[in-house]
Every structure is written in structure tokens, then in C-alpha cells.
Design a protein around this ligand. Sequence first.
Ligand code: PSU
Ligand code: MN
Length: 309
Amino acid sequence: MNSYLDLSEEVEAAIASGKPVVALESTIISHGMPWPRNYETALEVEALLRSFGVVPATVAVISGRLKAGLSRVELEFLAKAGRSAAKVSRRDFPRLLAEKGTGATTVAGTMIVAELAGIRIFATGGIGGVHRGAETSWDVSADLEELARTSVAVVCAGAKAILDLPKTLEYLETRGVPVIGYRTKELPAFYSSRSGLALEESAQSPAELATFLSAKWKAGFSGGVVIANPIPEAYSMDSAVIGPAIDRAVGEARAQGIGGKRLTPFLLERIAALTGGDSLESNIALVKNNAALAAEIAKAMAQKNDREE
Ligand code: PSU
Ligand code: MN
């Protein structure tokens, strides 16, 4: 095992006995939602996974250690730190490990630690992607590169329209990352269940997804998979409501010259402010919906492994 990696007791025991485990990211807690709903949601999502008989493994870097499975104190620390917490993607790990730093992991960062720990399924809200205006800014999230190289399936509600969604799909195709709609043939757009963009693949059940993932990885096709799970209809927001807020936030970021790792957190916070409480409730609902699907996939994978042993 990697000498920088610490598994919580619960995660270690589950992995050793082949019980289902689902990874969770921590940047969604620190940078994605406001205190105290971020902390409450993190605990609720962990409890939801446990109610399925699945062990949650929230990932972060704590005092220079790669952690899979956080204590309540660690979760609360990151939730309270908010945007002042370090946001850790692939390029940021060496510095945090060398300086014994602490930070919240992005989708990319969480995939890396999950793979090191032997966890294959990861639930979150939305992935990063190709930003609008990438033809001049070159701003493409490191999440997409990680999906190309690291063998973890990410259950998400698609990606926010802060991104250029057609370019994001093109990039994933180029890098060989399957994008599977769960009971849909359309890419979901985070707050809205529909984007108008067609997907090549869809699946109808967790068992079907487990069969897909094991075929991919057993045959030696390393790399990740995006499992795109639409927001529940009751929470899906009209793009006429959310669209103008997104456009305005993107315009403000441009006017203020905000780029690099600060851009996504800036846009998330502005959209939350511009749309009021509704977008936060939708965000929380879709994260739970993704955790529930991830739990079922992890259970189907564990059953498959039991049968094949
Ligand atoms: N999109 C969201 N919510 C989030 C993020 C993205 O709707 O919380 C976070 C995730 O941690 C994701 C990261 O991995 O932002 C992407 O940041 P960047 O665009 O800088 O790669
Ligand atoms: Mn970026």
C-alpha cells in the first residue's frame, strides 16, 4: 500500500472483506456549498450510504496524509474552512504531502486516492469540464484527464452549464471515457435533467452498470467512466431560471479576470447567490440521488465479485 495513504478503520475492514465502499469528494463540501448545509449534507450522504449497507469513504488530505474515510472533526474542519481550504487536484498533491498540508480533494483528486485505496465507485454532484471560452483560455478541468487515466466510475448529475457541455462531451470522447446515461439517452445538466445533448450509451439498472464496469476493467481498458444520473424531476430547475444566472456569473468572472482553480468556486458561489435557496436544495437532492445509485452499483459489483470467486 502507498505509504502516504490512511484508510479509516471502517473503510479498511470493508475493503479487506470485499464489502461495498463508495468514495465521496470533499471539495464539494468546502467549495461547493455554504456552511452549515455543507456539513449537514456531508453527514446525511454518509448516513444514506450506510442505510444501503455501504461504507462511505470521504477523501481529503489531512496533515500530509491521503485519507479515505474522514472523522466528524475532519469533515467539520473542511466544511467550516470553506473556500479558504486548499482545493486539491493531481498537481497539488506533492506540495501538500511535502508540507504536511490539509485540503479538500476535487473529483480528480478523489479519484486518485480512491484508486490507491482500491475503491472503484465514487458519488458526487457534478464533474468539472471544458469551460466556456476554452478556445482562448485553455481552461479544461483536470477532472477530464483523470477520468481518462484512473479506473474509478464517477456517478454525477452531468455537469453544470457554467461549462461548455458539447466541448466537454467531445473531450471525453477523444480521451476514451464512456459517458453512460442512467435511464436517459441525454446528458443531464446538473440542475436540469436535460441538456439536449444525446449520449451514445444508457443503462437501465445498477446490475447492468456493474457488468459494464467489470467488462471494461477486466479486459484491461483502464480509465474512468462517467455515470450520468439526472436530477430527480421534482427538483429539476427550468433552464429559463438557471440559465440567466449562469450567464451572468460567467460574465462577472470574465469582467473580474478570474481564472485557474478559482474560477469554478467563484461561479458556484455566484450562481447560488443569484438563484437563492432553490439551487442549493436542488444541489443537495441530486447529490443524495447520486449516492443512492452509487450504493446500488457498489453492491452489485460486490455481489459479482463474490459469485466469481
Ligand atoms: N462542479 C460543481 N460542483 C463542485 C465542483 C464542480 O457543480 O463542487 C468542484 C468539484 O470538486 C470538481 C471541481 O472536481 O469543482 C472542478 O474544478 P476545476 O473546474 O477547477 O477543475
Ligand atoms: Mn480550470
